[in-house]
Design a protein around this ligand. Sequence first.
Ligand code: ZN
Length: 282
Amino acid sequence: MADFSTITYEVDTAVCTITLDRPEVANAQNTELIDELDAAFDRADADDAVRVVVLAANGRHWSAGHDLKALVGDAEPDEWRLMRETPEGKWHHEKVMYFDRCLRIRDFRKPTIAAVQGKCIAAGVMLACMCDLIVASDDASFQNPVLRMTGAAVEILVEPWEMPARKAKEFLLAAETFSAAEAERLGMVNRVVPRDELAAAARELADRIALVPPATAQVVKRSINKTLDLQGQRDAWDYHFQAHHWMHNTATALEALEARKAKGSMKEVFAEHTTADEADDS
Ligand code: ZN
């Protein structure tokens, strides 16, 4: 079924593989990709043959985050672009397109595995962490360097749940890049494999999970997620979404946004402040 243009969708026996397919922009997430990802998960949900979903990406890098260039330019649908010009519109856009769409993957009833290679940045980290398991290639790295660009992390603050709080502070405040090996040590990643074995390793894990009767796998996934909810994960994420939006509308962030629009690129505006070669602040 070749009816997607920014992702690919493939089912092989019990395993569905959804692959981000904008390698020319390091799989930056634009509106079309986020919509297609949502539709792909709908399809995987409805297909009783599918027991496990692997979320992969084509090209060198897994995802550079949200496609901020498209959002600041005129490449995105007017509906969202114009909405973002008011605080309430920006809140609504990010609630629907970033927060809810990601949580939908976190709450997806069937088990999911992210297969991550290359750079996984900002909203890329957020997306990967919505999956139940993460397999990374040995060339993978994780970073969320948007604080220097005034972004209060991204919409869902996954870090304190993916690593100890002290490491989460280092990761965000110092814009530290964590290698795949470090991410595995911290418990954020399940296993690290050589780059050319990534797809096979994710597949092998998916096949093993597919041996569990679907109802059983799904009820246990739900119980583990409920445990996190009871520990406050959902409330903490709700809090951070509001805090993230408070930051979006501060003078600090609005002045930076104007500077970016004037210069056309966040990278130029903040080049002296960041070492990230690709990042978003959305
Ligand atoms: Zn935002």
